[in-house]
Design a protein around this ligand. Sequence first.
Ligand SMILES: *[C@@H]1O[C@H](CO)[C@@H](O)[C@H](O)[C@H]1NC(C)=O
Ligand SMILES: *[C@@H]1O[C@H](CO)[C@@H](O)[C@H](O)[C@H]1NC(C)=O
Ligand SMILES: *[C@@H]1O[C@H](CO)[C@@H](O)[C@H](O)[C@H]1NC(C)=O
Ligand SMILES: *[C@@H]1O[C@H](CO)[C@@H](O)[C@H](O)[C@H]1NC(C)=O
Ligand SMILES: *[C@@H]1O[C@H](CO)[C@@H](O)[C@H](O)[C@H]1NC(C)=O
Length: 385
Amino acid sequence: MVRLMKYLKLMFHVSILVLINNFIKNQKQTKIEKRIERYIPDMKHILMWTKLPNVEEEGQQYFITHKCEHINCYFTSNRSLLMDLRYFDAIVFNVQDVSSQSSDLPKVRSTVQKYIFAANDSADNYPVCSPVYERFFNWTWTYRLDSSIPYKFISVYNIHDEELGNNILWENFEMKPVSKLFISSLSSKSAAAAIYLDKCTTISRREIFLNNLKICLEPYNLTVDVFGPCGNKKCGRTSLRSCYYRIRTTYYFYLAFEDSIATDYITKSVLFGYNNLAVPVVLGGAEYSRYLPPYSYLDGVKLGERLTAKLMYEAIQNKTKYYEFFNWRNHYTIKESNVLDACSLCQLLNSEGWLKTRETYTTFRNWWNSNYMERCKAEKRLNMF
Ligand SMILES: *[C@@H]1O[C@H](CO)[C@@H](O)[C@H](O)[C@H]1NC(C)=O
Ligand SMILES: *[C@@H]1O[C@H](CO)[C@@H](O)[C@H](O)[C@H]1NC(C)=O
Ligand SMILES: *[C@@H]1O[C@H](CO)[C@@H](O)[C@H](O)[C@H]1NC(C)=O
Ligand SMILES: *[C@@H]1O[C@H](CO)[C@@H](O)[C@H](O)[C@H]1NC(C)=O
Ligand SMILES: *[C@@H]1O[C@H](CO)[C@@H](O)[C@H](O)[C@H]1NC(C)=O
């Protein structure tokens, strides 16, 4: 019934749109230049300047299927849907294009619409070099907690299935030990650590940390098995998925090293460890203690290679210590969340206060990546300054 109502409402909107469209088409084109009116007062039209990862559908479907609080948003990548670009409530620009400094940008702009920077990947992988993006974006939609519309790759929930949000301050209590039954599922483990590498050289230089860690593990007679295109180990097919069983049955630790070190950048790679009962050893630019339950991982950046290796060895030697890495499971769950969660985008487009506030990222390149000068120079994009 509710679905039907929504459908009828959508059809109503579309028919009004067509009517008004035809009406205006019959008028002189110049009229639009003078006065920009909304077609449908409560529908927010969002133009994806170029295709966004994760948003497959045009129209309202995303907001309906994801059961968003607000569904009066309309995604399109058709730049001429509304005859004039200034009719769109928001225009979303994709980090990959912004970073590759495409010269294809809108020629006209309304002062009330929002230009939004959307990023599904890290600032260090995609620095922005072109100065045209200073004083360009009104909002940002990224994994950074200080974005206008932040999203997460992973979310933590408590036992009441409540999402714990950002910047988690963990309650200080003694965690319950895991059961004997659970412990029995760890009994087949026999090798220290595995990693799946798809990019062999990275900006985070995780391959260097990995080599140092291997050297530090050697005196303990421990090794790291490298799977994927950059390693010599295979688990059936080449995909990561086919490695899940191997990780679960064989390895004590999973090395969840990010391909770039950037503020708040913690991708779902930790889940390959957590979901396969291998304790993650993390390497990245996020303050992990605000994202992951206490004593559920080892932080490679904080500990360094030598201490990481020592703690891995100690946990493998002393099983009581190793099992403690799983105690958090009695109190929390960790799940993958929606990258570029468009429900929050639609919510913000429905927030009067936010809409009325005029704002711009004046030094955008520096906000996104404070090291952008170096990075752009290194990539020989100097001519852009
Ligand atoms: C874009 O929208 C316009 C106006 O509704 C329509 O005429 C055109 O066919 C659309 N283009 C595509 C590729 O769907
Ligand atoms: C972001 O999207 C691009 C293009 O779809 C994809 O290749 C890339 O892996 C994505 N990045 C992340 C961190 O998921
Ligand atoms: C590593 O293996 C060697 C040779 O088998 C052995 O002598 C040494 O004690 C082992 N070291 C540790 C820390 O287990
Ligand atoms: C093993 O670890 C547990 C928990 O950290 C600790 O209480 C115990 O003393 C350790 N045992 C040995 C032999 O080190
Ligand atoms: C968006 O930024 C532009 C460029 O700085 C500015 O002119 C405009 O007023 C801003 N609009 C909103 C709605 O914040």
